[in-house]
Design a protein around this ligand. Sequence first.
Ligand SMILES: Cc1cc2nc3c(=O)[nH]c(=O)nc-3n(C[C@H](O)[C@H](O)[C@H](O)COP(=O)(O)OP(=O)(O)OC[C@H]3O[C@@H](n4cnc5c(N)ncnc54)[C@H](O)[C@@H]3O)c2cc1C
Length: 475
Amino acid sequence: MTRHVVVVGAGPAGLGAAAGALRAGARVTLVDAAEEPGGQYHRAPPAAFGAARPGRPHHRWRGFERLRDRVLGHPRCDWWPESAVWSLERAGQGPPHVHVLRGEADGAERERHVLRPDALVLAPGAHDRVLPFPGWELPGVCTAGAAQALVKGERLVIGDPVLIAGSGPFLLPVAASLLEAGATVLGVLEANTAATVARGWAARPWGLAPEAGKAGELAGYAGLLARHRVPYRTGRAVIGARGDGRVEEAVTARLHRDWSVVPGTERTVAVDALCVTHGFSPQLELPVAAGCRLRGDARAAFTEVDAGQRTTVPGVYAAGEITGIAGAPAARAEGLLAGWAAGGGDPGDRAAAALRRRRDQARAFARRLAAAHLIGAAWPGWLRPDTIVCRCEETAYGTLLRAAEGTAAGSPRAVRLATRAGLGPCQARVCGPTAAELLGDRAGGGHHRPVAQPIRLGELANPPVEDPDKKESAR
Ligand SMILES: Cc1cc2nc3c(=O)[nH]c(=O)nc-3n(C[C@H](O)[C@H](O)[C@H](O)COP(=O)(O)OP(=O)(O)OC[C@H]3O[C@@H](n4cnc5c(N)ncnc54)[C@H](O)[C@@H]3O)c2cc1C
């Protein structure tokens, strides 16, 4: 009988997984909460916009279009857009049952479905991480990823002029997109010092050869910044934002290698918007719900996989940013491998061996990036007692510290319960790694969320829709 593989996420990893499973001969249901496939990297405006050139601000758009059309047009592929996986229900020794809500996220007509696949590939990606600083909760301060998503998905600029700050090469495509969309970019600030960045990139230079394409992409961004006279500064960060009701000024400062502020180097810059990102956090609620083991600690945890992208749960595979932050090409290679294995493909296949080499090269490149763009340990020195750490519950840094030193001492969980940090609507997706770091909590992190996506009580009460394939939906 043909194997049924469910793939969650249609970004580079999920589309790759669907292609791999189809090639292995499986039947695929590809599920994504978004209207269009592509994930974060190839986020496109909704078809209703009728964009003449939907691939305009994108790299590798042609390749994406070819893969998308091949997967979505395949007779064994069932594409479920606007379909959010809100829960995974463990089912004995096999892969978990997949609970899906189909329909517009804010619509009233969403239908509940349950899928019972032979194998499950999880590829839900990551969201960008931002460290708190005084004033980061002001309107007009956003993550660089949010600014990028607005340009790519809605053709909107977040503000003008805009300052971009944080850490990592991701700041460069965001600056490029904003410039191409017509905004004035006042500067790009990389918090790591030039020495840290150079040491990370220059280590074992022969390892850069297979990634010549990436180097070319970076050179393209550098050229664009130069043409628009946008300064790129290392060792400088945004440590505060000020304004009456919305951001009007950014406070920047020079940093030491450990990200402590060099006294007397504070400057203010008038801005209309401020985009800040310090790397990415994987979306781990689905792998945790499936029972997959994680590696790392609460501040940087990822799904553990073997060479064939198998997780520790039989029949469950993982690919993309949930296994490590390594960029879109690595995510696609991991997805192809995961899908191939999930679909019952032969691990000794020559194409699979080539893919494993490609994935391993991309992962080595990612390790280089991580060394060049790390998070300095002294960043909490930017905080004041009244700086908000958890935006949902408005928990201030001082409140967190007082709880950690008072009755809740020694138990990060008790501190969270006492201060409500991480217990609001985002369920610690934004503040979780920050609170873990501030509380010295290496074990916590709060990825356990039985409900991965919001579901209304009425929707929960409705019985699941009967699909033609009874095996998938009968409950
Ligand atoms: C906001 C943002 C913007 C980015 N922009 C760029 C960029 O411009 N250039 C660049 O080089 N890199 C960018 N990156 C990094 C880039 O996302 C990754 O390198 C790459 O896209 C990872 O691929 P992925 O398939 O693992 O995840 P993603 O591309 O994130 O795809 C994950 C998909 O899973 C879906 N999903 C998640 N949870 C569920 C669920 N419960 N149910 C159903 N569907 C779900 C999402 O809707 C999404 O489509 C960005 C990252 C972020 C977070």
